[in-house]
Ligand binder design. Structure first.
Ligand SMILES: [Zn+2]
Ligand SMILES: [Zn+2]
Length: 342
């Protein structure tokens, strides 16, 4: 089969099309013909060698939708032909976190594609339980975003930040794949959304996603404007998709007892925090990543009901994966880049 593999860790051009052996499903797995795969910032970091586990000759990609074409010996053949979206975490299933429904916390787990076997390929194998049925009115490209970034955004906004109708929410990196969906999820519970972007070109799409206010801030100095927009009250929650160069301003945008949920760290490096600010405003700082099965079911439901519109910025073919990664690095596309077709 054809697959996009990594010649070596490094730049986008390390991604190349190769002919590899089609995988056979293990007893509890299914074989999917991949119809669409999203390009995640996680893939970009892994390709560049900034995430442990990624290596050469591996196929990346965890945002996958496709059709089941074969089943392992312990899986009913009834599901052959089913259209499915993939829950992206391969977890142990038996630890206290998995049994509590929090597969995102499992120690014995990894993101699909991190160690190869990912979705930038004609076929991929996943555990049968990770293959969730796609509602009939949802297309493959849209469904590819159900786990990540949409499920990831459900976890961050509704799970970690517990956003509700009374919340004023600040979203950084609002024009990215996470941000554009977080805006819609926050609006689905009637929160007020203040969105921040460094890119004037992304303002219109951020407004279309439903943001109440958009701050375009090339230098990421946005806290005084947040202060003005909130009548000097600050926000109740921050969904921090950028962190690098923005976390200090996010903390300064917080009202008392606010929560800052870190989901992305664009530069993959450390940032300084002012403890005095955190203490005086009683700010809670939390992390969030991936989703639970429940989050992904909710994401598919929100998509099927038209409450969350998957924001697809660009469709490319699988052989154009390197171009997709380059566009991601340049932050040139608002919304997700989807690979589909050879
Ligand atoms: Zn992702
Ligand atoms: Zn587990």
């Amino acid at each position: 089969m054809k697959a996009v593999t990594l010649r070596d860790l490094g730049g986008p051009d390390e991604l190349c099309v190769a002919t590899v052996k089609r995988p056979d499903p293990g007893p509890n797995s299914v074989l999917l013909r991949v119809a669409a795969a999203g390009i995640c910032h996680h893939d970009v970091l892994a390709r560049a060698g900034l995430i442990r586990g990624a290596g050469k000759d591996q196929t990346p990609g965890h945002e996958i939708a496709g059709e089941i074409v074969a089943t392992g010996s312990a899986v009913s053949e009834e599901c052959i032909g089913r259209r499915v979206a993939v829950y992206q975490r391969i977890a142990c299933g038996v630890c206290r976190h998995c049994l509590g429904g929090r597969h995102d916390l499992c120690y014995e787990s990894h993101v699909l594609g991190e160690h190869g076997g990912g979705g930038y390929a004609e076929f991929t194998c996943v555990p049968a339980q990770n293959a969730l049925r796609i509602p009939d009115n949802v297309g493959f490209a849209e469904a590819a975003l159900a786990a990540c970034p949409i499920g990831t955004s459900v976890r961050a906004a509704l799970g970690a930040a517990r956003i509700g109708p009374a919340s004023v929410v600040l979203i950084t990196g609002a024009g990215g794949g996470l941000g554009l969906h977080q805006i819609q999820i926050a609006k689905s519970v009637s929160a007020r959304v203040i969105a921040v972007t460094t890119s004037p070109a992304k303002e219109a799409v951020i407004r279309r996603a439903g943001a109440d206010e958009v701050i375009v801030s090339r230098d990421l100095r946005f806290s005084s404007e947040v202060w003005r927009l909130t009548g000097k009250q600050g926000v109740d929650a921050v969904l921090e998709n950028v962190a690098t160069g923005s976390l200090d301003e996010s903390l300064r945008s917080c009202g008392r007892d606010a929560i800052v949920v870190a989901i992305g760290n664009i530069g993959a490096k450390g940032v300084e925090i002012n403890p005095g600010l955190v203490i005086s405003r009683r700010i809670r700082i939390a992390g969030s990543g991936n989703a639970t099965f429940a989050d992904m079911h909710l994401a598919l439901d929100l998509i099927a009901r038209g409450i969350v519109r998957p924001m697809i910025g660009r469709m490319l073919t699988f052989p154009e994966a390197a171009l997709g990664h380059a566009l991601m690095e340049q932050r040139a596309v608002a919304g997700r880049i989807i690979l589909s077709g050879w």
